[in-house]
Design a protein around this ligand. Structure first.
Ligand SMILES: [Zn+2]
Length: 130
């Protein structure tokens, strides 16, 4: 999700790098190595190293190729007061970071839809009660 940098300490970059190093530069959920090109099936945890034929677009059906970019997840979200200490941080690949934050993404999407709906109704001259 977009990072609200006001929630992060000035040394966040160093803390983030340390968390990734502590994890051996692998996703702590699926073990995918940082910056590796991998192939995986949509919605599945399993992955394999992508080979030359995968990179040429020859993936098996249902697979996609991606480059792993580890990011650091707060187990207790920073915006909910979660600390930036190692015990609260996990290095995760894109898939697993998205999954870890899914409830927050769903809540944010619902709030955005509600706000846009209020703005649309207000713009149309309708009385907005909520
Ligand atoms: Zn992962």
């Amino acid at each position: 999700m977009p990072m609200d940098m006001t929630l992060y300490p000035p040394d966040w970059r160093e803390r983030s790098r340390a968390a990734i190093a502590r994890a051996g530069s692998r996703c702590e959920e699926c073990g995918a190595p940082n910056r590796a090109r991998i192939a995986r099936r949509r919605g599945q945890d399993a992955w394999r190293e992508a080979g030359p034929s995968d990179l040429a677009g020859g993936c098996e059906d249902g697979e996609y190729v991606t480059r792993v970019q580890l990011t650091v997840h707060h187990v207790q979200p920073a915006r909910a007061g979660g600390s930036h200490e190692p015990a609260n941080l996990r290095a995760l690949c894109q898939l697993h970071h998205l999954r870890a934050d899914m409830a927050i993404h769903v809540a944010n999407a619902a709030a955005t839809r509600a706000r846009k709906d209020r703005e649309r109704r207000a713009g149309a001259g309708q009385v907005v009660l909520l």
